[in-house]
Design a protein around this ligand. Structure first.
Ligand SMILES: [Zn+2]
Length: 188
């Protein structure tokens, strides 16, 4: 298996089993990226790996959508020796707050923990570009989209992860009589 996913399993960020997702669908896989980032040395290493992908590129600033992108975005910026800022939702709209500013044409890399549809990254890009920045690329640790998420700029991820999900009525694990558990619950 991929060494990143091995480490995700060691930190319980990636679980195999039979889970009820927040959507109500069932899945044999549960991903909680925050657990993979709880040890700063792991977060720093993931940031370094993302930074390596952009070596030599003309990037001035790293930005992330809060909350998921904050730790890996910071780690990436630290590895690249760049400034780090973030966007956050205010009444549902991704916004640049807290006094952060960007210059006209400032070249920004947007970093997130997990890309599924690309929605948060796209909203972060829009918020930055409305202020005049030029987002030149995007990155994530995990790509759950099979490469399909289109964020409008070149995009990389460190590892792809296919997470199947099933309607409970069609779930093969339910069909085998296995009990589904909510991730994070200790009973099973
Ligand atoms: Zn099931």
């Amino acid at each position: 298996m991929d060494p990143i996913l091995d480490r995700f399993k060691e930190t319980n960020a990636l679980l195999d089993g039979h889970f009820v997702l927040s959507s109500g669908l069932h899945s044999p896989t549960y991903l909680q990226c925050a657990l993979a980032l709880q040890h700063p040395a792991d977060a720093a290493e993931l940031g370094r790996q993302i930074a390596t992908q952009f070596a030599g590129q003309d990037i001035q600033t790293v930005a992330s959508p809060a909350i998921g992108g904050l730790i890996v975005g910071f780690a990436t910026a630290q590895a690249m020796g760049l400034r780090f800022i973030w966007t956050e939702r205010q009444q549902g709209v991704m916004t640049v707050r807290r006094g952060f500013s960007v210059e006209e044409g400032e070249r920004i890399l947007v970093v997130e923990d997990v890309i599924t549809t690309g929605g948060s990254t796209r909203e972060c890009i829009t918020a930055l570009e409305e202020l005049g920045a030029k987002v030149v690329a995007a990155a994530s640790i995990i790509d759950r989209s099979n490469g399909a998420a289109d964020v409008g700029v070149p995009r990389i991820s460190l590892v792809g992860l296919d997470v199947p999900s099933y309607d409970p009525a069609e779930c093969p694990m339910c069909a085998r009589g296995e009990t589904a558990v909510k991730p994070g619950s200790r009973s099973s």
